[in-house]
Design a protein. Structure first.
Length: 130
């Protein structure tokens, strides 16, 4: 399943009267993380993404709020995912174009398979389609 985007369901521990924790461990992640970062305070009228990666794979998690993720593979397969639970992640494989739209209160955690490398980005959609 690593060739196409898919949802990952993390274990959730707790109760409504005390709160919850979710855990991402090696059994639930499709790679060993090399970088973790998060985005927040993204205005609702701003879309992010508009890129792909040659090698990097990611798992996106909406820790708070809602994130709409539209993906496109090189073969033209398009999918839309709505992330609105901290116990659900979205695996994004390499060579997958993505567009993201955030609610005003969204906090996105990104678990990445590689360290940052600007040369790994494909920022031109026509280049991605080649």
């Amino acid at each position: 399943m690593q060739g196409t985007p898919y949802l990952i369901h993390f274990n959730s521990i707790g109760k409504s009267d005390i709160g919850y924790i979710s855990v991402a461990e090696k059994e639930t992640l499709p790679f060993v993380p090399k970088r973790i970062y998060w985005t927040y305070f993204t205005p609702e009228d701003v879309q992010r993404g508009f890129h792909s990666h040659y090698n990097l794979e990611q798992v996106l998690v909406a820790v708070a709020g809602r994130i709409i993720v539209n993906t496109e593979m090189k073969n033209g397969e398009k999918q839309e995912f709505i992330l609105d639970s901290p116990k659900t992640g979205l695996f994004i494989p390499k060579m997958c174009w993505r567009k993201l739209q955030y609610s005003h209160n969204a906090v996105q955690m990104c678990i990445a398979s590689e360290e940052y490398d600007e040369n790994d980005y494909i920022r031109d959609y026509n280049e991605f389609l080649k």
